[in-house]
Design a protein around this ligand. Structure first.
Ligand code: GNR
Ligand code: NI
Length: 178
């Protein structure tokens, strides 16, 4: 169980399409454990493997652990596929661990159905709505090399990317001084 470094935009590594997993082996389970540690540490409610530098179609999520009760309910998705999505859209203010401190309202299908393999490699189906549906779609975008800022106008995206580059340069300088 290890907290890994999360890659941030505009790192070109995040733009690649992640590869399907052949089989849910011990290595894949170890990867999912590390992803969950990294996600809870960040803190976030979802993480795709590519965000920690592993371009495989693996996602972990837990949308409830930051509630009042704080009970952990991790979800694991290997090779997820959206089988149904509603025409109805809903809007959420999204953030991303790979786009630090930036937020924007994004429209996505309100409900969707996902087929995937679970932590034990068993075929499974999930009907998602609300934040769960938004989050799984955000994570599945990562598998295609897409970030939430790619859903914004060029102008809004460019502004955010400029800010990210500026903060990256600044923290590099600080590391040299320190
Ligand atoms: O922690 C996260 N919060 C979040 C909020 C609204 C919509 C999507 C997300 S996912 C994000 C973690 C992340 O970057 N996953 O890829
Ligand atoms: Ni993200």
């Amino acid at each position: 169980m290890t907290v890994k470094k999360i890659l941030t935009a505009p790192d070109p590594f995040l733009k690649q399409i992640s590869k399907p997993v052949d089989e849910v082996t011990k290595e894949i389970q170890d990867l999912m454990d590390d992803m969950l540690d990294t996600m809870y540490d960040a803190p976030g409610i979802g993480l795709a493997a590519v965000q920690i530098g592993v371009p495989l179609r693996v996602i972990v999520m837990d949308i409830s652990w930051r509630n009042e009760e704080g009970i952990k309910e991790p979800l694991y998705f290997v090779n997820p596929e959206i089988t149904v999505k509603t025409k109805n859209l809903s809007t959420y203010e999204e953030g991303c661990l790979s786009v630090p401190d930036q937020y924007a309202e994004i429209d996505r299908p309100e409900e969707c159905e996902i087929n995937f393999l679970d932590y034990n490699g068993k075929k499974s189906t999930l009907n998602a709505k609300g934040l769960l549906a938004t989050c799984i779609q955000h994570e599945m975008d990562h598998l295609e090399g897409i970030l939430f800022i790619d859903h914004l106008s060029n102008m809004k995206r460019n502004m955010i990317v400029k800010k990210l580059i500026k903060t990256k340069k600044q923290s590099k300088k600080e590391r040299i001084v320190a």
